[in-house]
Design a protein around this ligand. Structure first.
Ligand code: NAD
Length: 349
């Protein structure tokens, strides 16, 4: 990594904007990692960080991740991300969102925002009063837009099927056991599609009621959050938190496949190699979970309708196949192969 500013996560980011608006209390960082393929696109996170350095690290890492995700999804977008530093009471006012919208607008379209953790569709509507460089807005009449979750779920479901084909030689999920970590938006869509194909589901969520409701709807079983990753299953699908694949958890996995929608599943790059060493097929997260940004991109750029979104999401399994084939040929783990492909696409290799 190129670290001329002394930050370990600095990776030749094109620009970092520190936003301070005393009248509204807004403090934000807008990180633009790459505009090689188009405007730096990625959502805004509203989060209470332990300190400013943690917020900067998050912005640096997440914006680089968006460059990789957008490039691997074949989108004409670069990578960026914004973080808004919440105060202790986590107050988010319309005035603060307006000041943030004005800051985004001041970048003249070089950065395009959307929802991320802590930001809702309603917040995007507030931001859109100040700038047109925003997506993830509600739409009507079958137009592209709105909640990206179902598109992410479709991509993850298709990616799981591709992994099952590769690792187990099966064309269907019928009779296979899938362990789902999380019962939220992405996991819910995956669970419904997998159940419709005859998969047996184990589901865990820290919000047990959520897990129970999804299990009731899909004929699945509820498992405790502590156990879900370590069940004997055909597929483990992390659809909740990041950094859940660690030296300790990987040693205890009991499944030949890890394929899920959560961002940043590997705690470190070494963990990608650990999965490979154990013979576990891993679907790189930013490749399999790109369905949502594909929808956001099509909404923002207005370059197609629902058919284009679907065909772009349906290209995800092919991209995974390419990564796994190169991984098999080079003996490099799939996450490293995906990183190298993405870096080439954004002109960093
Ligand atoms: P969500 O908030 O709808 O669901 C997440 C669920 O995970 C919640 O029900 C939460 O209670 C549960 N959870 C949290 N910690 C847990 C734990 N330790 N064990 C089990 N469950 C736990 O979020 P989502 O939109 O479904 O996103 C899930 C993951 O997918 C996140 O990592 C997100 O960044 C990623 N992702 C989402 C999208 C999208 O379009 N929504 C796109 C790309 C990536």
């Amino acid at each position: 990594m190129n670290t001329p500013w002394g930050y370990p996560d600095f990776d030749a980011h094109e620009a970092l904007h520190f936003v301070n608006d005393e009248s509204t209390g807004l403090r934000a960082i807008i990180a633009m990692h790459s505009t090689h393929l188009g405007p730096a696109a990625g959502g805004t996170r509203f989060w209470h960080y332990a300190d400013d350095a943690e917020a900067l690290t998050d912005a640096l890492r997440l914006s680089r991740g968006m460059s990789y995700k957008n490039a691997m999804a074949g989108l004409p977008l670069g990578g960026g991300k914004a973080v808004v530093l919440a105060n202790k009471s986590r107050t988010k006012t319309p005035e603060m969102l307006a000041a943030f919208g004005a800051a985004v607008n001041g970048l003249c379209g070089k950065y395009v925002t959307a929802e991320d953790v802590g930001m809702s569709v309603a917040d995007m509507i507030e931001i859109s009063k100040q700038t047109k460089f925003v997506a993830g807005l509600p739409v009507e009449g079958g137009a592209v837009g709105g909640d990206p979750g179902p598109h992410t779920s479709l991509g993850v479901f298709l990616g799981i099927k591709a992994a099952v084909k590769r690792a187990l030689g099966k064309d269907s999920l019928n009779g296979l056991h899938i362990a789902l970590q999380g019962a939220g938006s992405v996991a819910g869509g995956v669970a419904r599609q997998a159940a419709a194909e005859g998969a047996k589901l184990s589901i865990a969520d820290v919000d047990r009621t959520r897990a129970e409701n999804l299990a009731a709807e899909t004929g699945g079983s509820v498992v405790t959050p502590d156990d879900i990753l370590f069940l004997e299953a055909d597929v483990v699908s992390p659809c909740a938190l990041g950094a859940i694949l660690t030296e300790q958890s990987i040693a205890r996995l009991n499944s030949p496949i890890v394929a899920g929608g959560a961002n940043n599943q590997l705690a470190t790059a070494e963990d990608g190699r650990r999965l490979q060493a154990r013979g576990i097929l891993y679907a790189p997260d930013y490749v399999i979970n790109a369905g949502g940004i594909i929808n956001v991109s099509t909404e923002y750029l207005g370059d197609g309708g629902p058919d284009l979104v679907r065909s772009r999401v349906e290209a995800i399994p092919g991209r995974l196949e390419q990564i796994w084939s190169e991984s098999a040929a080079s003996q490099q783990d799939p996450a490293s192969v995906a990183d190298a492909m993405a870096q080439k696409l954004i002109g960093r290799r």
